[in-house]
Design a protein around this ligand. Structure first.
Ligand SMILES: *[C@@H]1O[C@H](CO)[C@@H](O)[C@H](O)[C@H]1NC(C)=O
Ligand SMILES: *[C@@H]1O[C@H](CO)[C@@H](O)[C@H](O)[C@H]1NC(C)=O
Ligand SMILES: *[C@@H]1O[C@H](CO)[C@@H](O)[C@H](O)[C@H]1NC(C)=O
Ligand SMILES: *[C@@H]1O[C@H](CO)[C@@H](O)[C@H](O)[C@H]1NC(C)=O
Ligand SMILES: *[C@@H]1O[C@H](CO)[C@@H](O)[C@H](O)[C@H]1NC(C)=O
Ligand SMILES: *[C@@H]1O[C@H](CO)[C@@H](O)[C@H](O)[C@H]1NC(C)=O
Ligand SMILES: *[C@@H]1O[C@H](CO)[C@@H](O)[C@H](O)[C@H]1NC(C)=O
Ligand SMILES: *[C@@H]1O[C@H](CO)[C@@H](O)[C@H](O)[C@H]1NC(C)=O
Ligand SMILES: *[C@@H]1O[C@H](CO)[C@@H](O)[C@H](O)[C@H]1NC(C)=O
Ligand SMILES: *[C@@H]1O[C@H](CO)[C@@H](O)[C@H](O)[C@H]1NC(C)=O
Length: 414
């Protein structure tokens, strides 16, 4: 039928037909803020004065693993001239002998409490302090992610007024297991939620080795504990395949066969009133939340209650980091759509926020007090840890920002 109409009408008409096509862009235009020509970034944190910080995990790109003399840094401040300065100091980014301890078998992450090993996240809290989340793990040059040693996995608070460490919380091996991967962190500084009065941090464990869950830290006492370890909602979905720019993504581990992607709970965000913690697995499309009160609870049945209180907020697409604004929206990447969307808890649905062909892997987001959503786009899926097992990333990586809807800003509570 089609063929006979085409023949009858002539090909000229077909070639001028205006077919509806994917416009490729939506929402406010992206503003380019920084180009990363050196190391591979994941996180972005923006202070109230507009200072910007990123981190570069050697666990995701072995070329960024500090070996004691290659000058690799795992946290940097982004400078106005588009360069990166190791932060809070060059010294803290240079563990003596490097980030890997080769005297153990197998090699392990170095055990230094006062040096950075492999940082997966940097976050500015509501009191405008920078926190650095160290996994204590990096990759060797054959791409093997080494297990952590006690002292490596830690949370470090830095005073941005004088660039000095004011707190270091080292996780016990019963909270950060040797095969944990502490991924992202959010801060609830309300004084009345703990007896110590200094607030709480919530952290995702995204380990591809499988013991996923949420780590909770009392910032007053330094005590930490876990909830939701092994719960289906913190685990990757089965046989999970994400697609970016049309290409299916399979995982690669050195010495092993290709597998389905197996990243657990990773993205994390507090509701604007800090009563709920949103989380999701990278290898999954669902968004979940759990009351923060249930995570703070350490009573005998608190784990059972916490699992019962998880809410399934529906499918949101494939995401890495999440973020919150004063609208109460929960922003998340939507990698398979070259997009960022937000979940609105008030109507229970996801709305498209921005789309752009330059968006591939939206790694991490940060809302700012001056009304922007900042986000890194880092080609993560083109790294050596994915099929075909070779690094295909192209520099530079990018930091963008877009204005938040309704003149919203970063929520400040506590
Ligand atoms: C560290 O890496 C640099 C640059 O790749 C190399 O020249 C140096 O030999 C390495 N040092 C050690 C101790 O492996
Ligand atoms: C960029 O700025 C930093 C900090 O002000 C300075 O140390 C560095 O030399 C500058 N680099 C270039 C290439 O201009
Ligand atoms: C390396 O491992 C050895 C053996 O466990 C230990 O004694 C040493 O403190 C470790 N050093 C570092 C920097 O991790
Ligand atoms: C940060 O440093 C400034 C300047 O020294 C000081 O006034 C402030 O109390 C410090 N804050 C913390 C949390 O230590
Ligand atoms: C930074 O401020 C803190 C808290 O006021 C203080 O203890 C520390 O000595 C200061 N550090 C520097 C390098 O000024
Ligand atoms: C903490 O105090 C705020 C107001 O100051 C109150 O709304 C909230 O219910 C309190 N939270 C708890 C857990 O007591
Ligand atoms: C990779 O290197 C580590 C550390 O040197 C070694 O233990 C491991 O066997 C190597 N793996 C492969 C697949 O070559
Ligand atoms: C949900 O709320 C958002 C933000 O106000 C709005 O853009 C969207 O249209 C709403 N969705 C539905 C299905 O009502
Ligand atoms: C490390 O850098 C080298 C040289 O640019 C490149 O050939 C290799 O693929 C990189 N490895 C990884 C794991 O990114
Ligand atoms: C945002 O702020 C601008 C400037 O103050 C104002 O003109 C505009 O109406 C505001 N938009 C919304 C949606 O509130």
């Amino acid at each position: 039928m089609l063929k006979s109409i085409a023949t009858f009408m002539g090909f000229g008409l077909l070639s001028i037909a205006q077919l509806l096509k994917d416009p490729g862009v939506a929402g406010p235009p992206l503003e380019l803020v920084h180009l990363y020509y050196d190391e591979f970034p994941t996180g972005i944190a923006v202070s109230s004065a507009g200072r910007m910080f990123s981190n570069y995990p050697g666990g995701l790109d072995s070329n960024d693993t500090n070996n004691g003399s290659n000058g690799k840094y795992t946290v940097a401040e982004l400078m106005p001239n588009n360069t990166e300065t190791p932060y809070p100091s060059a010294e803290m980014n240079n563990p003596p002998g490097g980030a890997i301890n080769y005297t153990t078998y197998p090699p392990t992450g170095a055990n230094y409490q006062q040096y950075l090993i492999g940082v997966q996240s940097v976050v500015v809290d509501p009191h405008d302090r920078l926190w650095i989340l160290d996994t204590g793990r990096v990759s060797t040059n054959n791409g093997t992610l080494v297990p952590a040693s006690y002292g490596g996995p830690k949370l470090i608070g830095v005073n941005l007024s004088n660039n000095t460490v004011f707190q270091t919380i080292v996780f016990p091996t019963t909270v950060a297991f040797a095969d944990s991967y502490l991924n992202d962190v959010r801060f609830d500084l309300r004084p009345n939620i703990t007896s110590s009065g200094k607030g709480v941090a919530y952290i995702t464990d995204s380990s591809v080795e499988g013991r996923n869950g949420i780590v909770i830290v009392d910032l007053g006492t330094g005590e930490s504990w876990r909830h939701l370890t092994g719960a289906a909602q913190t685990r990757p979905e089965q046989e999970f395949v994400a697609y970016v720019w049309g290409v299916p993504i399979y995982q690669f581990q050195p010495g092993g066969p290709f597998t389905y992607s197996s990243f657990g709970s990773d993205g994390i965000a507090l509701s604007a009133d800090e009563s709920d913690l949103y989380f999701g697995s990278v290898s999954g499309r669902y968004l979940y939340s759990v009351p923060t009160k249930a995570l703070r609870d350490r009573s005998a049945t608190s784990e059972i209650l916490a699992q019962q209180m998880i809410l399934n907020r529906g499918q949101k697409g494939v995401s890495d980091g999440f973020e919150t604004d004063t609208n109460g929206f929960i922003y998340h990447g939507n990698m398979e759509q070259n997009a960022i969307s937000f979940f609105n808890p008030a109507n229970g649905t996801v709305t498209l926020f921005v789309r752009d062909p330059r968006i591939n892997w939206v790694d991490t987001m940060s809302t700012s007090t001056n009304g922007y959503l900042y986000f890194t786009v880092n080609q993560l899926y083109l790294g050596a840890g994915f099929y075909p097992g070779t690094d295909r990333k192209t520099r530079p990586f990018a930091l963008f920002r877009v204005p938040l809807p309704n003149n919203a800003t970063k929520p400040i509570l506590g």
